[in-house]
Ligand binder design. Structure first.
Ligand code: AAL
Length: 419
């Protein structure tokens, strides 16, 4: 080990000296900040063309994520009867931070689509209402109770209202959310999006009692689900991003679309290039400089990437990250300010699903911190590589089926050698 290290140092020193003398052939030892004028491999070419900077620490759209347990929420000893999940963006209003989220308080944990009833939930987000909490520091929260309850049948969302997000537009507040009219899980996770509005973040909220973002036409990628509605203000208009489950169970393909409106209650026009993001799960986007950045979370080919679109439509990968927050609702000070040069994000609220065991299935809210901001330069948050102890890896253990396959493979090798 030591010898290898000494050798690499010797090579490095020699290479550095050669680079200084300008006599070196080959790629320079000191990583140039600008693309060097020389033939490059595809990997080195894209280091300069596809990313904001060749080093992660200089890339404003690269970050690590740090997590903190929140104070102020009770989960009934984690027995699965209470859930809090899918937080909205955080906003600052009336001198404090506000967050909205899915809240379930049911006699039992979720029991699946076969065993659910009018009071027993099918999934963790079935039979839910939208609650909210406020905080002075973003760590300790005071639960304020229900913001939007399930409306009476047959209104949109009578079975469950969940996964909300907030828009502030012309002095009024708008909550967008999924409105279920059947228990989720019965036929997939089918629902459209509806909304409520209020003059104050403390309500009272008036439901519009209509579908605001309808499912796509039969055969379209978003024909069954419009999930995770996520409004921002961009170019003076309301840009609402959403996720849909395409391609059918069990091999769902989760992608994200955009619907644009000039009035918060619509009509929303779906972008002709939808889907605009080919991966991810819950929607998390924020205005960044003159464009829109997105946290593309755990599903799909481009999972765990931060992406950027100069026009809010044509996204490309800006960085690859680790331990990305799930269902993140960031605090975006300039989410609804239609200005150029927007600054990015440093914290927010996300969730952890299945917080204890499947029998007690429920989710909890947590705080995440990051440096995806032009105003913060935190070297700790710009390091690559997240250290996990061995138990984190061992907990990703093999299934019985996999062990069986491996056992059979071992037997085949033994048998082949005997021959
Ligand atoms: C979440 C979101 C939507 C889904 C379910 C509850 O993570 O994608 O809200 O419907 O799971």
């Amino acid at each position: 080990m030591k010898a290898a290290w000494l050798w690499s140092m010797a090579v490095a020193v020699a290479a550095g000296a050669a680079a200084e003398e300008g006599s070196m052939q080959g790629f320079p030892f000191v990583l140039p900040k600008q693309k060097p004028d020389m033939p490059l491999s595809e990997a080195m070419e894209r280091l300069y063309t596809d990313y904001r900077a060749p080093r992660p620490e200089d890339n404003e759209l690269f970050t690590q994520f740090k997590y903190t347990e929140l104070k102020g929420f009770d989960y009934h000893d984690g027995d699965g009867t209470i859930t809090r999940r899918d937080p909205s963006k955080v906003i600052f209003a009336k001198g404090k931070y506000y967050v909205w989220y899915t809240h379930r308080n049911t006699p039992t944990p979720p029991k699946g689509p076969q065993k659910c009833s009018d009071t027993i939930p099918s999934t963790d987000w079935d039979l839910c209402d939208i609650w909210y909490a406020t905080s002075n520091d973003g760590f300790t929260w005071e639960e304020q109770g229900v913001a939007v309850p399930r409306p009476p049948k047959p209104n949109v969302g009578w079975r469950s209202v969940c996964t909300s997000d907030i828009l502030v537009w012309k002095g009024k507040y708008y909550l967008y959310y999924q409105g279920f009219m059947e228990a989720s899980g019965k036929r997939g996770d089918y629902c459209p999006v509806t909304a409520s509005w209020a003059d104050s973040p403390d309500g009272p909220w008036t439901p519009c009692n209509k579908v605001v973002i309808p499912n796509g036409p039969e055969g379209a990628w978003d024909q069954y689900t419009i999930h995770d509605p996520y409004p921002l203000v961009y170019n003076g208009r309301i840009y609402l991003y959403y996720k849909a489950d395409a391609d059918g169970a069990p091999n769902l393909v989760r992608m994200q679309g955009l619907a644009i409106a000039d009035d918060p209650l619509g009509p929303f026009e779906k972008h002709p290039l939808n889907p605009v993001i080919n991966s991810g799960h819950e929607t998390t986007l924020f205005p960044f400089e003159d464009g829109i950045a997105a946290l593309v979370i755990h599903d799909g080919t481009e999972h765990y990437t931060v992406q950027f679109a100069k026009d809010g439509v044509n996204f490309s990968i800006a960085s690859i990250v680790d331990l990305m927050p799930r269902a993140a609702g960031p605090f975006i000070p300039d989410a609804f300010v239609d200005a150029k040069g927007r600054r990015g994000i440093t914290w927010g609220i996300s969730h952890f699903t299945n917080a204890t065991t499947w029998e007690h299935n429920h989710s909890i809210l947590a705080r995440f911190d990051c440096d995806l901001s032009l105003d913060v330069d935190d070297p700790v948050l710009k390091r690559t590589g997240t250290y996990h102890r061995p138990d984190v890896y061992y907990r990703q253990g093999l299934t019985g089926e996999q062990r069986k396959r491996i056992g059979e493979e071992n037997q085949r090798f033994k048998a082949a050698q005997k021959r």
